[in-house]
Design a protein around this ligand. Structure first.
Ligand code: GLA
Length: 387
């Protein structure tokens, strides 16, 4: 891949002299959905698929961007003196946002760059292609200009750019999972204080299968920000009678005692999901430690039901993929992953059932939804690197 992208960089930008190649992964969240902006736990892992990049410093202040995934767009040009989000700038708002965010955090980028990207994460699939672009950009600039930023801070800078430049009020999960990824490990992260542990993912006799609904979703125009708002309001209502900082401070029993403080039934369901999902995530990581993969799978299934019925972020495409997966013998657990409203599901499937899974779920999905789903058996990979 390195040779291929360096060659392409040379073709697009004249030559590849002095250009360097990099990579940042995508991520999949195994459990702990819509908990990261509620002070709860998440359990994502980095993947071996992600964003490849080639970059080179320029002598002027120009920024030139090219994506092999959107090659029909050609080179998009901008400048360090024009770091404002623009609709027509499309995907380049992500690297631009990171350059802007670095400036806001006191790291000024003195020279422009030429940047070529090639991603092998399906776009808009919920495997964090945008966070992967943010982290690869931050990693490159940190490396090229020797800024001395830790990977954890790169994650925070990526999130800051997504929130403030690209207008999505996302939590820290995606950028953290990508920047801090570790081969064959998932990250059990407490989003209340960013403490985390790496948990080995050794699925003896089973695989992680991603089913992509091919229903495109844009976080910005989805109901993501609305859900976040609903949880914040519910928290304020609870806080009137109880001193907690986040919904993640509550366990199930505490929630059942105080839930009537939430004056709206919908908001009560949203908060219930946030509380129960956080507790499920803690239990799931324990189950994995105990080698109880069956319990882990059961908690994944319960997570989906809660996202479907209480948080209402699934939709017919994701529900079909998951409900059909549950019917396949050899499926240990299956749920939607990421923001929802389209994108992907994640399933743990016994080795011998993977082909049957693809056939059965694929056929049922095509029959019900009218177009095909895609399936990927994925590996848990490491964080960003220079190639
Ligand atoms: C998106 C956001 C994350 C997280 C998930 C839902 O991926 O970027 O911060 O909130 O949705 O768990």
């Amino acid at each position: 891949m390195k040779d291929k992208i360096l060659q392409e960089f040379g073709r697009v930008f004249g030559n590849a002299e002095g250009a360097q190649a990099y990579f940042a992964p995508g991520r999949v969240n195994l459990i702990g959905e819509h908990t990261d902006y509620n002070g709860g736990h998440v359990f994502p892992c980095a993947l071996t698929i992600g964003t490849y990049a080639v970059a080179r410093k320029r002598e002027d202040r120009k920024l030139r961007f090219y994506s092999m995934n959107f090659n029909h767009l050609g080179i998009t040009e901008s400048s360090l003196d024009d770091l404002t989000p623009r609709r027509e700038a499309g995907w380049t708002n992500y690297p631009k946002g990171v350059i802007w965010a670095l400036g806001e955090k006191g790291y000024s980028i003195p020279q422009g760059i030429d940047l070529l990207l090639y991603g092998n994460i399906p776009n808009g699939s919920g495997l964090s292609s945008s966070a992967s672009v943010e982290i690869v950009t931050g990693y490159i600039l940190n490396n090229m200009f020797e800024l001395g930023i830790s990977n954890q801070d790169l994650a925070l800078i990526g999130q800051f750019s997504e929130n403030n430049f690209n207008g999505v009020n996302c939590g820290i999960m995606d950028q953290f999972a990508i920047a801090m990824g570790k081969k064959d490990h998932a990250i059990f992260l407490d989003t209340a204080d960013l403490s985390f542990i790496y948990a080995p993912i050794k699925l003896e006799g089973a695989k992680i299968v991603i089913s992509c609904s091919n229903k495109k979703r844009g976080l910005g125009d989805s109901k993501y920000n609305e859900r976040r708002q609903e949880c914040e309001t519910a928290l304020k209502e609870i806080q009137q009678g109880m001193g907690i900082d986040t919904l993640g401070d509550l366990n199930e029993e505490m929630f059942e005692r105080v839930k009537t403080a939430i004056k709206d039934e919908t908001r009560q369901k949203r908060a219930k999901h946030a509380v129960y999902e956080n507790q499920r995530t803690i239990k799931a990581v324990q189950a994995l430690k105990d080698n109880n993969i069956a319990l882990f799978g059961k908690l994944m299934n319960e997570s989906h039901i809660s996202l479907r019925d209480d948080y209402e972020v699934t939709g017919i495409e994701l529900d079909t993929l998951v409900e059909e997966a549950w019917k396949v013998e050899g499926v240990i657990g299956s749920r939607m992953t990421g923001a929802g409203f389209g994108g992907c599901t994640v399933s743990i499937v016994k080795d011998e059932a993977v082909e049957r899974f693809k056939e059965q779920v694929g056929a049922a999905y095509q029959a019900k939804i009218g177009y095909a789903a895609d399936f990927y058996v994925v590996q848990v990979g490491a964080g960003p690197c220079k190639l």
